[in-house]
Every structure is written in structure tokens, then in C-alpha cells.
Write a protein that binds this ligand. Structure first.
Ligand SMILES: NC(=O)c1ccc[n+]([C@@H]2O[C@H](COP(=O)([O-])OP(=O)(O)OC[C@H]3O[C@@H](n4cnc5c(N)ncnc54)[C@H](O)[C@@H]3O)[C@@H](O)[C@H]2O)c1
Length: 302
């Protein structure tokens, strides 16, 4: 019996919920948003889609957090998205308040694994965990990982399943391609690709999509469903998601390749070369200094 809560039924929340429910491995789902009528009408949409697929998942759309109970996994997409030209970190103050208030309420009703999607996603996961005390992961750089693989496959004109490897660090402009993991047909990619061009693509394409389409949905919506699936079905796939790291006096969420199942871990960090490991440490320090400074600007624990 698997129950999943979807907090936020905007663009990305809808895409993730749709993909997840169409997977046919969820018994019950609850959709919550603060916009009147939105989750309730989305419930109808999903019921129609489920009927077509002959899936018997129970769905409830609601504006009441009291209905979000007994979930095994809670996926949080609530909050403001970036507008063209904005950095994800610009959303920190506004979204941190939303995430902190949800972190106070949701654990009262759910003993779940919490999956953060709202941006800046890794910092929002750290805030959720700080306030709730509950294990929280961020979808992190699995999205960048797939952007990187798809670009290399297109450039080298090979099927995308020939390309492996991961992006790590913080989701967004500070993400780093972990080149010591990147292979094509099981051979290190080396100088077969222009590394700067790959990096530029991975960092710029989400902004370009936002400009043209108003937000990123189909890519992350599919990739994040895979993370949920790996947890729920205990598939133990290796993915580059951000999980809690203890750094100085805080918990910080940084992505690196890690086994994702009902439990998160072990990490594959020890398989990275020194340069990639140095990048991860540097990303952790940079995350920490921005995060600490931003926490001082808001009173999330008040
Ligand atoms: N991690 C990723 O890879 C990734 C990908 C896409 C979007 N995002 C992020 O996800 C978030 C949502 O993006 P979107 O495009 O769906 O935006 P959106 O505006 O379409 O949807 C956001 C939804 O959150 C709801 N909301 C706001 N406060 C809430 C609260 N307290 N409780 C419940 N719901 C609340 C809004 O009513 C809205 O329906 C943004 O922060 C965006 O940057 C992350």
C-alpha cells in the first residue's frame, strides 16, 4: 500500500503527479494546493486519465492540509517559480517561508520521506529538514545529469543509453559535471566533446525553456518521477540527487551519485577522481556561505 502526497499542483507539480500516477505503482494520492478548486479539478483530470489506463489509484484533490495524512512519500513543489532572467537563489526568501510553514505542519500527519522540488531546491530541502527534523532529499542534479547525457548523445550522434555519468554539486548555475564519471559506450568521454560547450548547455537550457515555454515541466517531471519510483519500488538506482550532508553547524544538501531506494545511500563519492571531489567540496562551501547568510535574513524558526 503506497500513498503519495503532492504539495503544490502548479506546472511542475501536475507533471510529476501525472507521470507518477500513470506509472501504476501508487495505491493512493493526495493533491494539495492553496488555490481554490485547482487540486479538486486536477483530481478529476487524473481520474479520467486513470480510467483510460484502467488504473485503480485513489486520488483526492484538496485545499486542506488535514487531508494530507499517512503518506509514504511527500513531494513538495509549492512556491514561486523563476521568471526569465532570475536566478534560482533569488527565490530563497519567498519560498523559504512557504517551505518552513509546510515543514511545521506536514510531519504532524505524515511519517514520510520528503522530496523537495521547489527552488532553490537544495536549500529548500535543508530548510525543510532543519525545521521538521524529518529526512528530506532534494531532486538536485538528476535533472542536470539527464540534460548533460542528452546533449552529449546528440553531439556525438549516439543513442542516449550509450552515455552515462553524473552532474553534482548544487542544482543550478553552480552545478558541476563530474567528468570522471562521464562515459560513452563504457569509455571515458575524454576530449570527444567540447566540455565547456556541454557545461554551457546544461546551465543555460532551463532559462531558455522558461523564456519560451514559461517553465520547465516535461524533463524534470519525468526525471523526478524516476526518483519517486526508485524510492517507492526500492529499485536502488544510482542517481545524482541531493541528500543531507553535515557541514560545520548545518545540514546541507549537495548532489552526488548515490543509491536511491527506500533508503538513500551509499554514495559513490569515493569513485570520483580528486578534481571532481574538490568541486563537490567547493560547492558545499559555497552553498553553506549563501545559505547561512540567507537564513539570517529570515526568521524561519520563529
Ligand atoms: N527542482 C527542479 O528541477 C524544478 C523544476 C521545475 C520547477 N521547479 C520549482 O518548482 C516550484 C514550482 O514551479 P511551478 O512551475 O510548478 O510553479 P507554479 O506557479 O506553476 O506552481 C506553484 C504552485 O505552488 C502553489 N503554492 C504556493 N504556496 C503554497 C503552499 N503554501 N501550499 C501549497 N501550494 C502552494 C501555488 O498555488 C501554485 O499552484 C518553483 O520553485 C520552481 O522553481 C523545480
Amino acid at each position: 500500500m503506497t500513498k503519495i502526497g503532492f504539495i503544490g499542483t502548479g506546472k511542475i507539480g501536475q507533471t510529476i503527479a501525472f507521470n507518477t500516477l500513470m506509472g501504476g505503482y501508487v495505491d493512493e494520492a493526495v493533491l494539495y494546493d492553496i488555490i481554490p478548486d485547482l487540486p479538486e479539478k486536477f483530481e478529476h483530470e487524473l481520474r479520467h486519465a486513470l480510467a483510460s489506463r484502467r488504473l485503480k489509484t485513489e486520488v483526492l484533490g484538496t485545499n486542506s492540509l488535514d487531508d494530507v495524512t499517512s503518506c509514504d512519500v511527500v513531494v513538495v513543489t509549492a512556491g514561486k517559480p523563476r521568471k526569465p532572467g532570475m536566478d534560482r537563489r533569488d527565490l530563497f526568501v519567498e519560498n523559504a517561508k512557504i517551505i518552513a510553514s509546510l515543514a511545521k505542519e506536514l510531519p504532524k500527519r505524515n511519517d514520510a520521506i520528503y522530496v523537495m522540488v521547489s527552488n532553490p531546491v537544495d536549500m529548500m530541502a535543508s530548510i525543510f529538514m532543519k525545521v521538521s527534523g524529518k529526512y528530506t532529499i532534494s531532486t538536485g542534479d538528476q535533472v542536470e545529469t539527464m540534460r548533460m547525457r542528452s546533449f552529449i548523445a546528440k553531439k556525438l550522434k549516439v543513442p542516449v543509453n550509450y552515455v552515462n555519468g553524473y552532474v553534482g554539486g548544487e542544482h543550478g548555475d553552480d552545478a558541476v559535471i563530474l567528468w570522471s564519471t562521464v562515459t560513452v559506450k563504457d569509455q571515458l568521454v575524454g576530449d570527444k566533446v567540447d566540455k565547456e560547450e556541454v557545461e554551457r548547455y546544461v546551465k543555460s537550457i532551463p532559462g531558455d525553456i522558461i523564456k519560451a515555454m514559461g517553465g520547465t515541466t516535461w524533463g524534470p517531471g519525468t526525471i523526478i518521477e524516476e526518483i519517486i519510483r526508485s524510492i517507492v519500488l526500492n529499485e536502488n538506482k544510482v542517481m545524482s540527487i541531493a541528500f543531507p550532508h553535515y557541514f560545520e553547524d548545518e545540514i546541507v544538501h549537495i548532489s552526488e551519485p548515490v543509491v536511491v531506494g527506500r533508503k538513500i545511500g551509499p554514495s559513490l563519492e569515493s569513485l570520483l577522481d580528486e578534481k571532481d571531489r574538490w568541486h563537490l567540496i567547493s560547492a558545499t562551501k559555497d552553498f553553506y556561505s549563501f545559505y547561512k547568510e540567507s537564513l539570517n535574513r529570515i526568521q524561519i524558526l520563529a
